[in-house]
Design a protein around this ligand. Structure first.
Ligand code: SF4
Length: 471
């Protein structure tokens, strides 16, 4: 077992097991992992003033930062372990290499220091101490805040070390045993490289957490009431189920009815129509032209690097004749891109702006505020935005696990020109562009954004299909 297994074990036991014993062909490349690695390296490099080198030789030479080291050792008599410290930082002391020693350091994304970070540091210190023949009192958690490097010192006391030893024993037992169950908290799965593999098994076994709106807590509640899988849920009487869901208070019957319908749709593969209250005037609103709008951003840096507009003059226009306008905001110097965005939006003042999810509308309102628009102007602008994500959820129950843009439009038959793409892949390309300045990454991002707009358009067509038939 190694540091990576420990890190994953604290998140999901099954992931640690799959990383150790799983068939690698079932694993899918994860942009999150790659983004994490790049960010990690950049921050470590900044922290060590660029003096960062790889491997054992770097330790012997006494460089400030050392990465890529693997150290093997024995934890107990019969358990072999390997640490892969994310970074070793030189500090005062005495070790087998001379008048200095190393401390382990980990990278942290976000504000919260979790047990994952603490365990990693403690585990690393255990094997590193005997390897460098020097005691380690503390480890470092390195992160960035407001573009500045932040360092937190963690004291690796006896209590923490004891705790980690226990976790390592459990990890060892897990890795020697059979494949653990899928995690209850399926939110963790969204960035996991084994997601496809686990999703297949979850569907085959009728996991309740496959049903949109059912998280780990609701799933446990339903199980306690004897509803153990999607099949049983689909055959429930909604009213009787509502009685059992008192935790949802006034919403219990409504929730129960949606859960049952969602389970029925998921099993049958057939969508279920709920209401046209929210979409009945959509056709009228968009028939004289509209924009489809989508943003690509780096949330950690609060930087929207691409604003994409698809201009749809009328519904009968062929897809290949649509005009797509990408507005790049490469340096986050907002002035020029804001001017272009406003110019596009106001070149057709009456046109609605279709988007998927709330981000786009919020961003435009913020731009309008920064440009000192009056309240009335902001209200008028905001009223042009139509969120298709909200509309589809209010109008249809779809036979899907979630209502994300990719999931819904894929189900409608839409295909992205580039295969296996996602928002995080676009972010990965963006980070690659920033490092290399190679235009090819921008082209990929623009193509991806254009496809996101076309996918949104596809969903709008689905929402108005019945109104079109009537006309
Ligand atoms: S997809 Fe989910 S259940 Fe499967 S290994 Fe990853 S986190 Fe665990």
């Amino acid at each position: 077992m190694n540091s990576l297994h420990l890190k994953n074990f604290t998140r999901c036991k099954r992931k640690a097991w799959l990383d150790f014993k799983g068939k690698k062909s079932y694993e899918v490349w994860s942009p999150h992992k790659a983004i994490d690695k790049i960010n990690q390296f950049q921050i470590f490099s900044e922290f060590c003033n660029g003096e960062i080198y790889t491997g054992l030789k770097a330790c012997k030479n006494g460089y400030q930062g050392v990465i890529g080291l693997k150290i093997k050792g024995n934890l107990f008599q019969n358990i072999n372990a390997e640490i892969r410290p994310q970074l070793l930082v030189k500090t005062k002391g005495k070790s087998k290499w001379g008048q200095y020693k190393y401390l382990p350091a980990v990278y942290k994304l976000g504000h919260k220091t979790t047990k994952e970070h603490l365990f990693d540091l403690a585990f690393c210190s255990m094997l590193l101490e005997s390897f460098q023949q020097s005691k380690i009192e503390k480890g470092l958690v390195i992160s960035t805040f407001d573009k500045k490097v932040k360092v937190e010192e963690i004291y690796l006391n006896k209590k923490l070390r004891k705790k980690v030893l226990n976790v390592l024993l459990n990890l060892n037992e897990c890795l020697e045993g059979s494949l653990p169950e899928i995690t209850q908290d399926r939110k963790k799965c969204t960035i996991c490289s084994w997601q496809k593999f686990c999703d297949k098994e979850a569907k085959e076994n009728g996991y309740l957490t496959d049903i949109d709106g059912i998280g780990s807590k609701t799933a446990s509640l339903l199980k306690a009431k004897g509803i153990t899988n999607t099949q049983t849920l689909a055959s429930c009487n909604a009213k009787q189920l509502g009685e059992k869901l008192s935790k949802f208070n006034d919403q219990k019957y409504e929730k129960a009815s949606i859960f049952v319908k969602q389970a029925q749709a998921y099993i049958s593969g057939e969508p279920c129509f709920i209401s046209n209250n929210n979409t009945e005037d959509l056709l009228e609103k968009i028939c004289s032209g509209f924009y489809v709008f989508d943003i690509e951003s780096n949330p950690d840096e609060k930087h929207n690097f691409l604003y994409g507009f698809l201009k749809v003059n009328n519904l009968s226009i062929k897809k290949e004749d649509l005009i797509y306008e990408p507005i790049l905001n490469l340096k986050n110097n907002t002035g020029e891109s804001y001017r272009q965005i406003i110019e596009i939006l106001f070149s057709h003042k009456e046109w609605p702006v279709l988007h998927y999810g709330e981000t786009e509308k919020i961003s435009i309102i913020n731009i309008a505020k920064e440009l000192n628009f009056s309240f009335e102007e902001i209200d008028l602008l905001a009223s042009r935005f139509i969120d298709l994500h909200t509309l589809i959820r209010k109008s249809w129950i779809l036979p899907l696990k979630n209502y994300g843009l990719k999931t819904v439009s894929n189900w409608l038959g839409f295909e992205w020109v580039q295969k296996n793409v996602s928002g995080s892949k676009a972010l990965y390309w963006w980070i690659q562009y920033q490092i290399t300045e190679n235009e090819i990454f921008l082209k990929k991002i623009i193509q991806y954004n254009k496809d996101d707009c076309l996918a949104t358009l596809k969903i709008s067509e689905y929402l108005i299909k019945d109104q079109l038939k009537k006309n």
